[in-house]
Design a protein around this ligand. Structure first.
Ligand code: GLU
Length: 322
């Protein structure tokens, strides 16, 4: 796990703390384009609403566009109709995106092209290890790069791995502060194309973010430890990484993240105002309780005026019991 700074290290954050109360949006830096990138594996729940609201408000209060990208490259995990539901939910919650909705599946030829490029630069190798084997030979669950010298064929049922780099992949997160990833744990070759032939999340997300000109990535802290891998991809692709904003994630009574996998309840339109206010409060914003009696447009207007990135708790997890 990345080191969790105990105190706010606001000096290391790009957004300097604002000295006054009230409307803070003008103190926030200018950005170009952000995104919300749900997978269509089910409807949005309170946990994904946090990422949607957080990414929307950071983009909008920093004068940036907010793109919606449906990450539909894992058909076995997709639920029929989930994309339409997600888009309807976003609209019902007043989270209107800029430009067309992007469908990640349309970028598959582009991912293949990038893979071929990485392959021709000898940055990839094939791996035929089973998960069982990796677990048996590794005490920390991380892949010990054992196929890196075997020169296996890329044909057939093999995962394509990207060779690790030399950098130590530390970065300053705009919410979590300085994040350090120990080299011995994170210098791991990771999968860019899966054994089942599907594109891996790490590759797809970075290539799409680069192609769309995304300059800030806002998402849940559960993805914090994907960031060093994504930094490696930015490095081999010769691109500048975005600013990172990892929001606290909502956890349930058992200490697990609210997720589609553990059947978090879908957010419904008739509770939109109440849930929006709760999402703002979860993100440390002092949204007055009376706001929940207003319509979503008024709540979003309030948020656009008063939202402050500095008020987001510098925590990776926050309990949320509905
Ligand atoms: N598609 C990912 C998810 O639903 C999010 C990817 C990202 O924001 O980097 O968890």
């Amino acid at each position: 796990m990345p080191k969790q700074p105990e105190d706010k290290q606001q000096d290391s954050r790009t957004h300097q703390p604002h000295e006054f109360g009230g409307a803070l949006s003008t103190s926030q830096i200018n950005l170009i384009r952000g995104r919300f990138a749900p997978s269509p594996s089910g409807p949005l729940h309170f946990g994904s609403l946090i990422a949607a609201v957080g990414s929307f408000l950071i983009a909008k209060t920093c004068n940036a566009e907010w793109q919606v990208r449906i990450e539909d490259i894992d058909p076995p995990r997709e639920i029929e109709g989930a994309t339409d539901t997600i888009l309807r939910q976003l609209e019902a919650f007043g989270l209107h995106w800029d430009g067309p909705v992007i469908y990640q599946s349309e970028s598959i030829p582009r991912f293949q092209h990038i893979l071929a490029e990485l392959q021709s630069n000898d940055l990839l190798y094939a791996c035929n290890c089973t998960r069982k084997k990796v677990n048996a030979i590794s005490d920390n669950g991380r892949y010990p790069n054992i196929c890196s010298t075997k020169d296996l064929s890329f044909d057939g049922e093999v995962a394509w791995k990207l060779r690790h780099g030399q950098a130590d992949y530390s970065f300053v997160d705009q919410i979590q502060g300085a994040c350090h990833f120990a080299n011995d744990l994170y210098r791991e070759d990771f999968t860019v194309k899966r054994k089942d032939g599907l594109m891996a999340y790490q590759l797809a997300v970075v290539v799409d973010d680069i192609d769309a000109g995304i300059d800030h990535v806002v998402r849940g802290s559960d993805l914090l430890d994907s960031t060093p891998r994504q930094l490696r991809l930015y490095e081999v692709l010769g691109k500048e990484p975005p600013l990172w904003y990892h929001l606290p994630v909502a956890i349930n009574q058992d200490g697990n993240k609210l997720s589609k996998q553990n059947h978090a309840e879908a957010i419904t339109e008739h509770q939109a105002s109440q849930l929006l206010v709760q999402a703002l409060q979860f993100l440390g914003q002092k949204a007055p309780a009376e706001l929940q009696h207003e319509n979503v447009e008024s709540i979003i207007d309030w948020a656009l005026e008063y939202f402050s990135i500095q008020k987001i708790p510098q925590k990776q997890q926050i309990p949320y019991f509905d």
